[in-house]
Design a protein around this ligand. Sequence first.
Ligand SMILES: NC(=O)c1ccc[n+]([C@@H]2O[C@H](COP(=O)([O-])OP(=O)(O)OC[C@H]3O[C@@H](n4cnc5c(N)ncnc54)[C@H](OP(=O)(O)O)[C@@H]3O)[C@@H](O)[C@H]2O)c1
Length: 304
Amino acid sequence: MKAIVVTDQAAGTGGMTLTERPKPSPAANDVLVQIHASGFTPNELSWPSSWTDRLDRDRTPSIPGHELAGVVTALGYGTAGLSVGQRVFGLTDWTRDGTLAEYAAVEARNLAPLPGDVEFTVGASLPISGLTAWQGLFEHGRLQAGQSVLVHGAAGGVGSMVTQLALEAGAYVIGTGRAGNRQTALDFGAQEFVDLENDTLEDVGGVDLVFDVFGGDIGQRSAGLARDGGTLVSIAGPGARPANGLAIDFVVESDRAQLGEIVQRVRSGRLRTSIGTVSTLDDAVSAFNPTERVKGKTVIRVRP
Ligand SMILES: NC(=O)c1ccc[n+]([C@@H]2O[C@H](COP(=O)([O-])OP(=O)(O)OC[C@H]3O[C@@H](n4cnc5c(N)ncnc54)[C@H](OP(=O)(O)O)[C@@H]3O)[C@@H](O)[C@H]2O)c1
């Protein structure tokens, strides 16, 4: 099968190569998916899981990309819950070969049915940003209607999902980002916007929940904005902690029920994904090494 592989961590996305790899076999509880569309997160090549397996053994050449939408073509021993021919989407294991390929073997529990009226490219754009937003707001942040949420990077992949889901849940949403991202964040539903280049973050006052995607100095300063009993949820690594509140750093996990909630919202127009570029597997290496800045997620349409 055709696949993108990486072998050299120092080379980053510049080291991606289109090549032939053996078609994977589904292990117990896996499904084999013929991939129609694939999503890749540029900084996943800095994660150890892209290079070694769970026992820290070298797994190069590895196939990057962990989001997929496609069709089940085979079941591993004991696999239940999905069937051959079914349209699926989801998030694959960080330490196994990924989705920038014609096929991937994936644990069935990491996938959810993809309704027939949702395009594969849309399905492949949803898992990481959608699940991260859902888990940060509702599992870790325990968001309630009427609470206020500060959403960093509100125009970005994760932040735009956080903004929309928080608003729908009845929260008051304050987005942040660069000056040029103000209108995008407002269009996703943010009720206020803090321009991190020109405004003073501290003027926001106290909020019930901070959703941090940046870490560093902004993360530290944001911890001070969580009200007593408030929560700082971060996806940027552990660090800042509110004086009288909770700090939770997490890594997104796949979840079939949550994928179902997310895709239903997309179908009904309550949730909008932010796809910037759609490319092919043949052109994926150049798509992930753009010469100009690209807004929105780059999704690879693996099957025309
Ligand atoms: N722990 C986890 O499970 C998990 C899950 C998903 C993502 N992540 C991480 O979370 C981060 C965000 O992911 P994403 O997909 O949302 O990225 P993204 O789509 O690039 O969004 C980031 C947003 O923040 C803005 N931004 C970046 N730096 C800024 C700065 N210094 N000041 C103001 N605005 C700034 C960006 O604006 P521009 O586009 O103008 O730069 C963009 O709107 C990434 O580092 C990603 O790896 C972690």
